[in-house]
Ligand binder design. Structure first.
Ligand code: SF4
Length: 407
């Protein structure tokens, strides 16, 4: 979501005549787009602010702007800690951020209306909804991004069409819970049905999904519509029903497992990836072992595992954070090790196979492409392949990347 927001800001700045530079010494303004999902993200942002503060002592005219979720959550407390910061713009006001930042330099910008530049990249993100209504007990998103709002489907389809006209071949639809998209009588499956009709669009992906809302209609469209990729990110978080209840996830492990079976029956090639939190308050060793067993049973295509950290205002923050840090680290390492082992087994099975990939870019004669399941593939290639589907014979497999020869 932050990548998409930064991308959107980039486009507006380009339209205002600004340009992106690669180092602080050339910059007039530094914009730090922040995340509040984990405590580590905020710590990283603070440490970066410390570094730019030192830089500002040398180049006093540079403006420092903090935007996004941490700006929403901490507001002017950030300025109290770093008086070098010139402007704070919270996540809920992100649509006006570019104009407010330009006004730091010249107030005339308030009168200017610009059409954002449309970048000619093969893979583009499109936000279809903002905010979240789910209030998972550990999550700060509903507080910093606000209640769930679905964007008008016509705006979304027009945006996708413009991107495709400008060269995009794959669109990634974004929302905190895309499965609950609803604008008038258009739900998520019907939105996809509209987007697949865009000529020259090759692929659609979407993130992220909530197991309580994944519909049969969506499973059906994944099975029948060739443009929809065989990949779904379906955060499980835990396989202990006690912990899922404490997390306010509103599904059981059995329900989650049924969804996996349904997806794999309908789309046999589907790759399911997930998120897991270890060390949630009250997670016993037995709860953790259930999650580990689920990881072994389901064999995810990949997973992100997080050590629980309490986030202010959330329900879980009032619970006793009773799993010691060392134990969280141990559980984290065990899940990661198991996941890596499974990933190696999955990619090893691809050795010698021919994979159809969509080429995203080329650098130094090496193309970067992706399979329909979302795996990165590299091969020697030519510029003409960018934006096209090609076949690659897989010769080498690593956890996160495959290497091969174009056939
Ligand atoms: S679904 Fe839960 S975890 Fe995801 S953004 Fe909403 S509250 Fe947070």
């Amino acid at each position: 979501m932050n990548v998409c927001d930064s991308d959107m800001l980039d486009s507006v700045f380009l339209a205002y005549g600004a340009s992106k530079v690669n180092n602080l010494s050339e910059a007039d303004v530094v914009i730090l787009n922040t995340c509040s999902v984990r405590v580590q993200s905020e710590q990283k942002a603070f440490s970066y602010l410390g570094r730019v503060k030192e830089f500002k002592q040398k180049k006093t005219c540079i403006k420092i702007v903090v935007i996004g979720c941490m700006a929403e959550r901490l507001g002017h407390n950030i300025k109290k800690r770093f008086n070098s910061v010139d402007l704070i713009i919270g996540a809920k006001d992100i649509d006006n951020a570019a104009l407010r930042i330009m006004n730091l330099f010249c107030t005339n910008y308030s009168a200017k209306k610009v059409n954002p530049e449309i970048k000619s990249e093969i893979v583009r993100y499109v936000t279809i909804m903002r905010g979240c209504d789910n209030y998972c007990s550990y999550c700060t998103v509903p507080f910093v991004r606000g209640r769930e709002i679905s964007i008008n489907y016509e705006t979304i389809v027009n945006k996708c069409s413009s991107m495709v006209k400008n060269g995009a071949r794959e669109i990634i639809l974004l929302g905190q819970n895309v499965n609950s998209y609803q604008y008038e009588d258009i739900n998520f499956a019907s939105l996809i049905k509209k987007i697949v009709t865009i000529e020259n669009l090759e692929r659609i992906r979407f993130i992220t999904n909530h197991p309580k809302d994944l519909s049969d209609d969506l499973v059906k469209i994944m099975a029948t519509e060739p443009k929809v990729c065989s990949h779904i990110h379906l955060p499980m978080q835990s396989a202990s029903d006690k912990i899922l209840k404490a997390m306010n996830r509103k599904y059981s492990y059995e329900h989650y497992l049924k969804l996996i079976k349904k997806l794999r029956t309908a789309v046999p090639s589907v790759s399911v990836t997930t998120d897991i939190i270890v060390g949630f308050p009250g997670e016993t060793n037995e709860d953790f072992e259930n999650t580990l067993k689920a990881v072994k049973t389901i064999r995810f295509g990949g997973l992100y595992v997080f050590r629980y950290s309490p986030r202010p205002n959330t329900t879980a923050a009032a619970m006793i954070d009773d799993v010691p840090f060392e134990e969280k680290k141990r559980r984290h390492a065990i899940i990661l090790k198991e996941s890596n082992k499974i990933s190696i087994e999955i990619v090893s099975e691809m050795l010698g196979s021919i994979q159809q990939v969509l080429v995203e870019e080329i650098k130094n004669g090496i193309i970067k492409a992706r399979t329909r399941t979302g795996r990165k593939v590299f091969a020697e290639g030519r510029k003409e392949y960018v934006g096209k589907h090609i076949n690659v014979n897989i010769k080498e497999a690593k956890i996160n990347s495959l290497f091969g020869d174009i056939v």
